[in-house]
Design a protein around this ligand. Structure first.
Ligand SMILES: Nc1nc2c(c(=O)[nH]1)N[C@@H](CN(C=O)c1ccc(C(=O)N[C@@H](CCC(=O)O)C(=O)O)cc1)CN2
Length: 298
């Protein structure tokens, strides 16, 4: 029995950050300033706080300016929209990211809609979603963009490949399908109402699992030799006595390894790509705002 390859997303993300760090000084020379990323954190969710801290550190590490805005979970919607407006007007800021999820009393869609599409480094604004869907230059959501980079690195040309995306969220599933289409893959989006998901998955050369359900995709569903991208990050109890937990993906990796050609692990697969692509998008947005051509290789 052969075992599939583990795709090292952590190493790929480190390489991407290195290429970004090499491109930043040329931008500084041409634009006379550093690219800048503003990250807004509402509340004190521990995981969100970790991600925001990590974003700040990595932004500075590649030579960009990092601006962090922490607001209490009780902030009113109007005050949050005022902050976004200030950041839209601030010329030092090329990218604006509002860490999700937001507290229930905030209308997430209204906050995303308030971000200047030129600074929407998350690629969540409808203008960027529409541009992506119609094949125009767009800022693309970081996680699906990271998945496409890993897929192209692993498989080269994706043209004609049968791809199944499980999950239809605006943040991952839909943009993922659009990106695969743009690479000329034949794309199916499966979701909670899909009949016989196992058979749908079994015909795929490429499986992208983004459902948020621990180890839902079983090894025997996978077509032999398929490439599997696991977007899920699910915390599950590890040891009932100690109360410890561990992170698993949406794919039952241990059993899938006997079927796949290659698979991203969780952790260490898609997750690290999310922040690396955020830095890439910030540099791309900075070039566009400064009227400069996007550097090659990003
Ligand atoms: N505005 C946004 N909010 C959120 C996004 C986003 O892209 N934009 N994505 C996620 C959180 N996220 C970044 O914000 C993120 C999630 C996971 C990772 C990561 O590297 N995960 C590690 C495991 C981490 C762990 O041990 O807990 C991995 O998979 O190896 C990075 C960034 C939701 N919110």
């Amino acid at each position: 029995m052969s075992i599939g390859k583990i795709i090292d997303g952590k190493a790929f993300a480190a390489g991407l950050r290195e290429r970004i760090a090499q491109a930043v000084p040329t931008f500084v020379e041409q634009a006379g300033r550093k690219p800048g990323l503003a990250v807004v954190l509402v509340g004190e969710d521990p995981a969100s706080s970790v991600y925001v801290r990590s974003k700040g550190k990595m932004t500075v590490a590649v030579g960009m300016d990092s601006f962090e805005f922490k607001r209490p979970a009780t902030i009113g919607q109007d005050d949050l929209l005022d902050l976004i407006d200030e950041l839209n007007q601030d010329d030092r800021v090329d990218g604006i990211l509002v860490q999700l999820p937001l507290p229930d009393h905030i209308d997430e869609a209204a906050v995303i809609a308030a971000i200047d599409p030129a600074k929407d480094v998350d690629g969540f604004h409808v203008v960027n979603a529409g541009r992506l869907a119609t094949g125009q230059e767009a800022l693309v959501p970081c996680t699906p963009m990271g998945c496409i980079m890993l897929l192209k690195d692993e498989l080269g040309d994706l043209s004609g490949k049968e791809a199944v995306v499980i999950g239809r969220s605006n943040i991952v599933g839909k943009p993922m399908a659009q990106l695969l289409l743009a690479e000329n893959a034949t794309v199916t989006i499966a979701h909670s109402r899909t009949h016989d998901l196992a058979s749908v998955v079994h015909r795929a050369d490429i499986v992208v699992a983004a459902v948020g359900r621990p180890e839902m995709v079983k090894g025997e569903w996978i077509k032999p030799g398929a490439t599997v991208i696991d977007v899920g990050i699910n915390r599950v109890p590890d040891d009932e006595d100690t109360g410890k937990s561990r992170i698993v993906g949406d794919v039952a990796t241990a059993e899938a390894l006997a079927h796949v050609g290659a698979i991203t692990p969780v952790p260490g697969g898609v997750g690290p790509m999310t922040i690396a692509v955020l830095l890439r998008n910030t540099l791309v947005a900075a070039h566009a705002r400064a009227g400069l051509t996007k550097p090659d290789g990003l």
